[in-house]
Design a protein around this ligand. Sequence first.
Ligand SMILES: [Zn+2]
Ligand SMILES: [Zn+2]
Ligand SMILES: [Zn+2]
Length: 352
Amino acid sequence: MNENAHIIRKPQFITRDGPGSLIETINETRLIFNMTIGYDNSVNFEESFLKKYEINDPRLLALLSKDINKDIKILDILTNEMLNKGSMEVIYKTKRFPRWYICHKKGHILKAHPIKSVLFRPTSDNNFSCPLCHTGMKDSTSVRFVMACPDGHMDDVSWNSALHSQKTNCIRTNNEEEIYEWEAYSTNLASINIRCPYCLKLSKTMKEIFYHPFKCSGLYQERFTNQPPTESACGREMKVIQKNSSALRLTSVINFLEIPKYTSPLGVLFKEEYSTCLAINTLIKYAFTTISNESVKKKMLTEVLRKEYKGDNFDMLMDIIENIPIDDIIQEITMLFNDDINFIDCINDGRT
Ligand SMILES: [Zn+2]
Ligand SMILES: [Zn+2]
Ligand SMILES: [Zn+2]
């Protein structure tokens, strides 16, 4: 097992440590990727593979489709167990974020920065050393600030634009490493001083940088591994925030209850066969409006079910439908696709 592996349970993944959130490991802070790039090769996003893990609850689908305003599919969160992997095997990747580090290897006369700490960005995961004293990760800590905008974009703090302006362009050349001196007398923001070692006179406290408005980069860090995509401009301002307060998105949790009497074939139909429910709804909306004869309606319903129903209990389902007034079935299906359906409707009706 990788010593940096981190165990995240399903509820945690939903409420706290999901895509875009930052988690602390022993040495550093890691960002959780989106599912499409987070899962390792044992998960592919082909429809045939995902079908096995699809949650086909028509009530949940109807409710969420209404909120999002387009057709959606719901996927279970794949766990080690579901993928037949050992509980300590790594199945989900993360990336180092923020990418800026502070080397604290100071106070040693032989070292290149004896007085001040150095803020630097490792060039890659393989080349992780302070550009001045060449000490590796053990003397460095991940910087505790990132910047974010109200739309959920997040990026590394642009120390360059925080310290320099158009009038005071940095004199650093492209061949020189982008580093900054970091002097912290305490953890208080006003006591942290950051200075460009090339322009020397330019120095700001972390408190000043906290109030500095940055142009938003429009990046969702969870959507890319190394090279950021070209994002369209966001137009909002980014501000510096502490990384441990960087839960930029809040989870909206909807609880559904399972009522045992609805585990009949009809209940299972409402619970698992969204496409069949959709087909019945179309029948009700378009064909039934001109028909009043109950037995004709039941016949048409039977035909739709014969065509659409994929479950094993077709005969049992027919027996049940035979004994329920057609209006009850219409009401049940209509309610499911009613624009005003909400969570309470689902509970009061005894539907899961
Ligand atoms: Zn160093
Ligand atoms: Zn400078
Ligand atoms: Zn933005």
